[in-house]
Design a protein around this ligand. Structure first.
Ligand code: CAP
Ligand code: MG
Length: 428
């Protein structure tokens, strides 16, 4: 290790409260020790490059990041606040999470968590409504909220989509939801969907006496997305849904600003995350991603199910839940903890292969302060979507009382038919 990289490692350093902290998991490349790699990561992600500079003004040394704790292959690095521009998420992330993922000195790099200092925290809006605000709008106090994506996920016309929504709302679902790839295709134009769905939403509200809403996907180029958000607000919507990862953080920030004046909540779909979160050695954790989403200010975010069709280990799902639901998150071996201060909470969404038979297990694992989304688990019900929606609500009702699912199903035929079709076994 050269002198230069040594300068970025100081394990007797105590970070200051205004520094941004990152927890990395490093696997060194052959010929590199962990301190060596940690120094290079801290250098590359702050002011350094591959060689010592002869032109470096001494004052710039104050901007050097420091690897201040090394425990096995877990490395904590502190970044001075002046490296960052307040309120600019694209810049902040490109500081801490950049070239380091491709450095030859490391075989693998994973950004496990970021701890945000108060000054940066204060430069983002955070969720407009949070869990409390969402529950208030829908008038649902204690039970999980329910959502459904009509399936097939694409291909239905706007009228068919709205009709499916109506069936689900009448059957007991709270939130109709678009799938992540339904935007404004020739067979189902965005404006047609707005008109058809909100018309039937109003009817479903009248007929059931319950509040109903719609997570409509506005994902598009940023200006178009803002214009779609306006259309939703004018139609009386409460929410927009956005594919946060393909739209990007800057677009999400712009949308968040717009939603402040439009008074809309944001449902964040995380599709694509597994491209860089699933490999436990490399990339970025879903926990880090959830930090960014909460800071910018989404009101709802997908966290996985533990037991459904998509890979989402229990410890990760619970860590995500806590990171979204709590004001103060304790640190652990895989995270740095966070005091969220005035930043509101985010309602976790559990989705992917869920059906009524899995609901009690899901609620036992993750609790009641969630949205339960079932697509196939409603639209594959042998008696159709309305019965599927009804079965999902029945499963929630019995789970809330702690009663027996099988016993309850005996006098609730929709639930019985769902269990006969899909059973109660979790996905393997
Ligand atoms: C679920 C879903 C969701 C995923 C997202 C799908 O449909 O609509 O996009 O659950 O995953 O298209 O797969 P089903 P996550 O209910 O029919 O499975 O919540 O983990 O981000
Ligand atoms: Mg989907």
């Amino acid at each position: 290790m050269t002198e230069w990289y040594h300068d970025f490692v100081n394990t007797s350093y105590t970070p200051r409260s205004n520094e941004l902290l990152c927890l990395f998991r490093l696997e060194t490349a052959e010929g590199f020790g962990i301190e060596d790699a940690a120094g290079r990561v801290a250098s590359e992600s702050s002011v350094g490059t591959w060689t010592e500079l002869t032109t470096m003004p001494s004052r710039v040394r104050r901007l050097m990041a420091k690897a201040y704790e090394i425990d096995g292959n877990l490395v904590k690095i502190a970044y001075p606040p002046s490296l960052f521009e307040n309120g600019n998420m694209a810049q902040i992330l490109i500081s801490a999470a950049r070239n380091i993922f491709g450095m030859k000195a490391v075989q693998n790099v994973r950004l496990e968590d970021i701890k945000w200092p108060r000054s940066l925290l204060g430069s983002f809006r955070g969720p407009r409504l949070g869990i409390e605000g969402i529950r208030k709008i829908l008038g649902i106090k204690d039970r999980p909220l329910t959502a459904t994506v009509p399936k097939p996920k694409v291909g239905l016309t706007a009228k068919e989509h709205a009709k499916a929504g109506y069936e689900a709302w009448i059957g007991g679902i709270d939130l109709l939801k678009d799938d992540e790839n339904l935007t404004s295709q020739p067979f189902n134009k965005f404006k047609d969907r707005v008109n058809e769905c909100f018309r039937l939403r109003d009817r479903a509200e009248k007929e059931t006496g319950e509040r109903k809403s719609y997570l409509i996907n506005i994902t598009a180029e940023t200006e178009e997305m803002l214009s779609r958000a306006k259309t939703v607000a004018n139609a009386g919507g409460e929410y927009v849904m956005v594919d946060i990862l393909t739209c990007g953080w800057a677009a999400l920030q712009t949308l968040r600003e717009e939603c402040e004046s439009l008074k809309l909540a944001i449902h964040a779909h995380r599709a694509f995350h597994a491209a860089f979160t699933r490999n436990r050695s490399h990339g970025m954790s879903m926990l880090t991603l959830s930090d960014v989403a909460r800071l910018i200010g989404v009101d709802q975010l997908h966290i996985g199910t533990v037991i459904g069709k998509l890979e989402s280990p229990q410890e990760e799902v619970l860590a995500l839940r806590d990171n979204l639901q709590l004001r103060v998150v304790e640190k652990s071996s895989r995270s740095l903890g966070q005091d969220w201060g005035r930043i509101k909470t985010v309602l976790p969404t559990c989705s992917g292969g869920l059906h009524p038979g899995l609901v009690p297990e899901l609620m036992k694992l993750v609790g009641n302060d969630i949205i339960i989304q079932a697509g196939g688990g409603i639209w594959g019900h042998p008696d159709g979507g309305r019965a599927g929606a009804c079965a999902l609500r029945q499963a929630i009702d019995v789970a809330l009382t702690g009663g027996s699912l099988m016993g309850y199903a005996r006098d609730h035929k929709e639930l019985q038919r769902a269990i006969d079709t899909w059973g109660v076994a979790t996905f393997k």
